[in-house]
Design a binder for this molecule. Structure first.
Ligand code: SF4
Length: 323
């Protein structure tokens, strides 16, 4: 299962390609205290700064790797890249990803007005270089300069009992999205049955298939059950959890811990170069299913794990950061 270490020069070439700097220099938006300015700053920070919980596990991974190995070298480049992006307020990666909004709000919240403001913030963020022009018409193949279009960005509104409006943004890179996978159990090729042992088998199979592609080390968001669409959505929402939280479901907590430990024994390593860090984390939920279906949906997030969140104050200003 272990892969041979590739030379450091190759590692440097591949990682540099992933983390190319944008042409424009960006700077923090001035906080003028309205929803538009708050969302613009949320997009800037999401693109340029990794939250502390993610940086912490990357540093821990770096300290675990053998010295003078390609794995250590890859993680050092990632660490340098994180520091440089924050210092220069520039995107962590040239692929600024699909923009996903998750909004938790009280009753009587104007979703249409919020979405219109968020779209304007995306256009401005693209002009300022916080986001790359990353939205392509799937029929014509043409890139849309505004970054807007059918299905982009996506909005997921949830009504909650709190009076707060919480806005979370995820920038989901294409490379890691490509290695996401959905299994339907039973899954014959590895004899995975319709039980938790089968679930574990297909999760490990998904990581083995990825082989570090999708810019590992990564984090898995997983949904056991649901239908094909709800399973994938729930698996992505797992990636909104903090990496150091504890799953309240004991069985799922144990599975999360087991998956990270087992995958890191595969020695696939950062970017697939070999090494002790294949996964930085794993977050799992379960959903009801119909007797005839048993899906396991796996979303993969790369090391450039860009998600941030804010609470909007009454005047639309940012009253709190969530990560
Ligand atoms: S998978 Fe992540 S790190 Fe790799 S190119 Fe895409 S966004 Fe960048």
């Amino acid at each position: 299962m272990a892969k041979k270490s590739r030379p450091k020069a190759a590692a440097k070439k591949i990682i540099k390609k992933k983390v190319a700097s944008p042409k424009k220099k960006t700077s923090p938006a001035k906080a003028s205290g309205d929803v538009f300015s708050s969302l613009l700053e949320l997009l800037r920070r999401t693109s340029a700064e990794l939250p502390d919980d993610i940086q912490k596990v990357i540093l821990e991974a770096l300290s675990r790797e053998e010295k003078n190995t390609t794995a250590e070298y890859a993680l050092k480049i990632i660490q340098d890249n994180i520091a440089l992006a924050k210092k220069k307020s520039q995107p962590l990666c040239q692929d600024t990803g699909t923009v996903l909004f998750f909004i938790s709000h009280p009753a009587n919240f104007d979703q249409i007005k919020f979405a219109d403001t968020a779209r304007k913030a995306i256009v401005k963020a693209t002009e300022l270089g916080y986001l790359r022009q990353n939205s392509v018409n799937s029929v014509t193949g043409k890139s849309e300069p505004s970054n807007l279009g059918p299905g982009h960005p996506t909005f997921h509104f949830h009504q909650h009992k709190s009076a707060n409006v919480e806005v979370r943004v995820m920038l989901k890179g294409g490379g890691c999205e490509n290695v996401g996978i959905q299994y339907s159990l039973p899954y014959g090729p590895i004899e995975a049955g319709r039980d938790m042992a089968g679930v574990r088998k297909v999760i490990l199979d998904g990581v083995v298939k990825a082989q570090g592609q999708g810019c590992g080390p990564g984090v898995l968001g997983i949904c056991i059950g649901g239908d094909r669409s709800s399973g994938y959505l729930e698996s992505k929402e797992q990636l909104l959890r903090k990496l150091d939280d504890t799953n309240p479901d004991k069985a799922l907590h144990e599975l999360e811990t087991d998956i990270v430990a087992s995958c890191n024994r595969l020695m696939i390593g950062p970017m697939g170069f070999g090494g002790k860090t294949t996964l930085l984390g794993c977050k799992i939920c379960s959903q009801q299913r119909v007797p005839a279906s048993f899906f396991v949906s796996i979303s993969y997030m790369c090391w450039a794990y860009r998600r941030q969140g804010i609470v909007l104050g009454k005047n639309g200003a940012i009253s709190k950061w969530l990560y």
